[in-house]
Design a protein around this ligand. Sequence first.
Ligand code: F6R
Length: 244
Amino acid sequence: MRLVLCESVAETGQVAASIFAARVEQGPCVLGLATGSSPLPVYQDLIRRYRESEVSFAECVAFTLDEYVGLQPSDSRSYRATIRDGFVDHVDLPVGALHSPDAADPDPEALRQAAATYEETIRLSGGIDVQLLGIGANGHIGFNEPSSSLASRTRIKALTQQTREDNARFFGEGETVPKLCLTQGLGTILDSRHAVLVAQGEGKADAVAAAVEGPVSSACPASVLQMHPHATVILDPAAASRLE
Ligand code: F6R
């Protein structure tokens, strides 16, 4: 695992964006995209590079990490809509090349089928070349909450109360954050050729310390990245503040 200690939030975005841009410049590739606040500086920097004709995503395919159960893809709160709004619709990545787990139908059998289809689609695409990740305050990556199997594949997961509270900011007052999601598994994430985790802010400092310096354990799902053959963890000073 390679650690990059940055001086600012903006620099975390620039460093991660450089990794993505370098891979995209090599030719057709498969990108793994994350939602939430952490990747926003990365997307901002990639959008700037696209606008300045430094990089083109026209030959890329992309997979999102996770999706809430019961939201239509057109729902502005869905992760598919969020990733389009924050990144894909601002660059030349074809919308048809953006894949996300189909979690709209809450029927358990439909969700199991959608999870299997997602794994198969990733496999048929040749696997994810560069996977962007954020980390939850409880150490989750994707929506692999603590106690997730380190070998897990895309599946239905229940969100913890903490994650639902953390993500309530993306929902309106009186709206309920879904209780279930479809998420790539830790085993799926481990299969990516390069995993790039970005974390900013003191609220992530304990999770980062556990992920980087603690035991490899499902108590902190991000610690599985210690076993990844090519993982880069990019931190601002606050997120790095509890590293020894
Ligand atoms: C989102 C995802 C989550 C987030 C994590 C951090 O697709 O998979 O693991 O990356 O919850 O969220 P933020 O960045 O909003 O703090």
